[in-house]
Design a binder for this molecule. Sequence first.
Ligand code: 1CP
Length: 353
Amino acid sequence: MNTVEPKAIAVGKELKNDLLLKALLGEEVKRPPVWMMRQAGRYLPEYIALRNKYSFFERCQTPELACEITLQPVDIVGVDAAILFSDILVVPQAMGLEVELIENKGPVLPQPVQQENDFKRITVPDVNDRLHYVFDAIKLIKQELNGRVPLIGFAGAPWTLLCYMVQGKGSKTFDEAKAFCYRQPALAHRLLQMITDTTIAYLKGQIKAGADVVQIFDSWGGLLSPADFEEFSLKYIRQIVAAVKEEAPTIIFAKGAWFALEEMAATGAHGLGIDWCITPERARKYAGNHVTLQGNFDPAKLFLSPAEIKKEVKKMITAFGPQRYIANLGHGILPNVPVSHAKAFVEAVKEWA
Ligand code: 1CP
């Protein structure tokens, strides 16, 4: 079992629902906690209403809006944890890069980092200056949650942020970002270390503001070979986990990187997220018994009928076992999922007890 951190315990005492913290600390629970990656988002009509009125970064940068959006899935779907409404790309933005979010296209960084000269445009910022709006949002959310459920803070993993900072946009392969790492490894490591230093300060700031748990999203970890994942991703995730794990329970979600579950468990992270491309039995075997697993429902299965969703969820919990497990999707909820189906997913977990 992980050593029980003082802050997590203290925070747990203020919470009416501490299932997530208990599961992460390896304490016994009557049923697994449940939340959904990207639970604050486009499948909720209440989110769309705000999306039609305010730009993406207005929603992120206005604490009242970020707070309202964060609370929507708690109120509407009944999840056991809130996750801060923000985006992983606020970090590259704080480091000095312009980030646009283009409707139906995704993020665009018009001036990416591709050569040494480009480093003149980026810094390791003072997070209290550049990202204070996130800390303000967290304080407000904690106040509005009033202990109903814990709040998850998050950041992108350095490798996933490098992908966007070098490629300049979303991609299925991130080939330019990979070519940058392979051709100019010294520059890649310089950039990864700058992102890591920023992220450590950023996550510590989130915890100080009130985040009860933090998750590191390495959405593109699975694009790397095991050796390259170690060199360009895990090396930096390890630094982040070491810096924050004493302050709050920490979850690593590296999509597609099931091959590194053993190494990720060895970082001392409390939780490991997994997608649907590995069986629960094999994930447990690779990760060992001293870490909590989170996942791994195929998000497309939320298009099944509510009755079928419930059957599939029960199968999933049976396979993982209810202890040291957090029910979740294997990646973000898809925008066209009916709200009633998201509710069926959550209810099925709650019916376990
Ligand atoms: O309303 C809109 O059209 C904007 C869509 C949107 C939303 C709702 C974006 C743009 N970001 C977000 C919020 C967001 N992003 C959250 C909020 C909390 C939650 O409910 O979970 C989180 C945790 C993220 C994290 C994020 N952003 C990741 C990691 C997780 C993942 O899904 O892999 C990544 C890769 C991003 C980049 C990003 N931001 C937005 C989009 C559409 C993308 C993905 C683009 C791509 O596929 O490259």
